[in-house]
Design a protein around this ligand. Sequence first.
Ligand code: NAD
Length: 257
Amino acid sequence: MNGSQLELIEQAAAWVLESHSTVCLTGAGISTESGIPDFRSKGGIWDRFDPKDFEIRRWLASEDIQRRYWEVAQDGYNLVQNAAPSGGHFALARLSRHGRLQLLVTQNTDGLHQKAGHEPDKIVEIHGTSHVCVCVGCGSKLPRSEVHARAQGGEGIPKCEDCGCLLKPDAVFFGEGLCPEKLSRVVEASKRAEVFLVAGSSLAVRPAGGLPERARKAGARLVIVNEGPTRFDAKADIRIQGKTGEVLPALVDAVLA
Ligand code: NAD
């Protein structure tokens, strides 16, 4: 950690200490140190998959894409199931346990915040979860591992046992709407936030990527911790370039010192 990063961390920690309402938005960048690639960095998911195959209408319309998905997704899911939380996940869980983080909004579907001990009722998984599958017809839910076992056990494209419709991961695909209750909870919290912290997100995906702007307009101080550029760097009050697994533990140590 260099001197200017430490100065920025001290300033951000002082704001978090003063704040009565701190909200954090995390993205794929908080999980890269857990071994789960993000989308846009070099070697990320978009280097290996066509994003169009995750567009919901295209996915629902093509048995070819669905079959390929269930063949290939097992590897990705194994990675997620076996991943351990990073220093960034543990740091945010600690901040929350000490009452210094009121809400964590994550764009991630990997469940690593919960694995790090973050209280589930203080997390909104705005893009759903990879650990559950949902029937697109009747909405019934079942563990993802069961669905993979069935896909590999000869079903190819697993279907709901109740209504016969397709099963998909309970994670939001491109073109799908977000859960309205979750969205209104995070919008309200963002508007009330005194500090809004972004960690490991390019902020390229809306509507989640627009939350910092809402919070900023409503008066929050905006702190961005990210390796690469983000869409709101120019509007951030503090922009710390660095790894979430290094910066967030230092920030939380400074808050709780
Ligand atoms: P993104 O890929 O657009 O951006 C990730 C950002 O994190 C990049 O700007 C990169 O520079 C930065 N980054 C990577 N490693 C970092 C590190 N160790 N420390 C600090 N910064 C780091 O991801 P996004 O903004 O989250 O949007 C992509 C969408 O894809 C989201 O919906 C996201 O949840 C989803 N996604 C989720 C996972 C997951 O659940 N782990 C993985 C890939 C994508």
